[in-house]
Structures are given as C-alpha cells and as structure tokens.
Design a protein around this ligand. Structure first.
Ligand SMILES: CC(C)(COP(=O)(O)OP(=O)(O)OC[C@H]1O[C@@H](n2cnc3c(N)ncnc32)[C@H](O)[C@@H]1OP(=O)(O)O)[C@@H](O)C(=O)NCCC(=O)NCCS
Length: 196
C-alpha cells in the first residue's frame, strides 16, 4: 500500500531504508520525544524496527499501519507516521510520528497527516483517534491542535523515555471525524499555498 502526496510517498518500509532511519532517529532531539526508541541508535536497531513494522504489514487483520515517509525529491526516508493500537470494537486508534530534524518546519508532517487522517476516518472507518505528547513537546502539541485534536487530559509522570531515561508527564489529545472535517479544508488551503 502506498499513499502519494505532492512531495511525499507514504509506504511500508524496505530493509534498505535502514541508513535513513538511523540518521533520523539517532538524533536525541527526535528519540528524546518518543517513548521506546533506544539511544544510541544504530544499524541493528533500525533493521530490527523495520522487520517489526514489516511483520505488522503482513498481518491479515491489521492493528497497525506504520508508513515510512519518503521525500520524492531525494528518494530518502525522512520520517515515519503510524496508525497504532487499532481497536475495531471501540473504533479507535492511536497515532505517532517523527521527522528527521534536518527536515523540520517544512510542512512535511502536515502533508503526511492529511491523507493519514482521511484514511483512518474514511477507509478504516474508525470514529476516534488518540495521540499523546510529553508536556515539554511543544511542537507535537501545536501540531495536534492544528490538526483539530482536542486536549483531553494529562497523565502525571506517566511514561519513561527509553532514549533519555527521563520520566515525563504527557498530554492526551483526541480527534473525532467531525472535528477533522471542520479543520481539513483550511489545512488543505494552507498546504496548497505553501507548495505553490
Ligand atoms: C513534531 C514533528 C513531527 C513536526 O514535524 P514537522 O514536519 O517539522 O512539522 P510541520 O512543518 O509539518 O509543521 C506542522 C505544525 O506543527 C507545529 N510545529 C512543528 N514544529 C514546531 C516547533 N518547532 N515549534 C512549535 N510548533 C511546531 C506547528 O503548528 C506547525 O504548523 P505551523 O508551522 O503552520 O504553525 C517534529 O518536530 C518531530 O519529529 N519531533 C520529534 C519527534 C516527535 O516529537 N514526535 C511526536 C511525538 S508525540
């Protein structure tokens, strides 16, 4: 499965992506904002993760879709965005993403998330998405709010970051389809303006 946008291809991983993954994820500014990524991060870690993701892509009843984000102009993987913990009984899932620091603030995650959220609500037909961000992670919180997510609460000193060993409090955000449909047209306009 592959989703194509103007600048990006969202697709399952290939083993040959490992170097791009090491480049992106070995940066503590990236892994320090994620929960389960070790630091330092090397080839073995990347290949292990790629194989885990591939196993999930091969499952018949998928509860996880992790897309690698390939930048068309460079033929390089610059990040990943995932749909996780799909629960069809409750009709919910969680999401998470990262982008290689060199490529931050170019609108790439916004460009990737638009078709991903469409896919969740219109193809998987789920009713709600949840996402979390460390209280220190202003970029992620701002991104979630921009995508229409609403703050639902705070888990106090709830999670230990594998890369730093630090315990974080985190905010929980939720998004319903109606809330997504409300912000989507403006985000599309904004992205089109940016890509002109
Ligand atoms: C969060 C992250 C994925 C954003 O990726 P990005 O491609 O740089 O984001 P975009 O350029 O598409 O920006 C989308 C919106 O996110 C918010 N945002 C992104 N970077 C930001 C920053 N440094 N400070 C504040 N807001 C930021 C903004 O609202 C931005 O829209 P705007 O610039 O129009 O205001 C990236 O910073 C990252 O990988 N961080 C480390 C890993 C991480 O935190 N993952 C999320 C874990 S919950």
């Amino acid at each position: 499965m592959k989703i194509e946008t103007k600048r990006l291809i969202l697709r399952p991983p290939r083993i040959s992506d490992w170097q791009d993954i090491v480049e992106g994820v070995s940066d503590i500014e990236v892994s320090g904002m994620l929960a389960v990524v070790p630091h330092p991060y090397g080839k073995k870690d990347a290949i292990w993760w790629i194989n885990e993701v591939l196993k999930k892509w091969k499952k018949k009843n998928k509860d996880d879709y992790t897309f690698f984000i390939e930048l068309k102009s460079e033929g390089k993987v610059i990040g990943a965005t995932g749909i996780h913990n799909i629960n069809t009984f409750n009709s919910v899932c969680t999401t998470g993403s990262w982008i290689n620091k060199k490529y931050w603030k170019n609108g790439y995650i916004l460009e990737a998330k638009i078709p991903i959220l469409d896919f969740i609500f219109n193809k998987l037909n789920l009713r709600k998405i949840e996402t979390e961000a460390y209280v220190e992670n202003k970029a992620s919180q701002k991104m979630s709010k921009k995508l229409g997510f609403k703050l639902e609460g705070k888990k106090r000193r709830h999670i230990k970051c594998k890369a730093t060993g630090k315990i974080h409090s985190e905010y929980i955000f939720g998004l319903f389809k109606k809330e997504w449909e409300k912000v989507r047209p403006e985000l599309i306009r904004e992205l089109e303006k940016k890509l002109k």
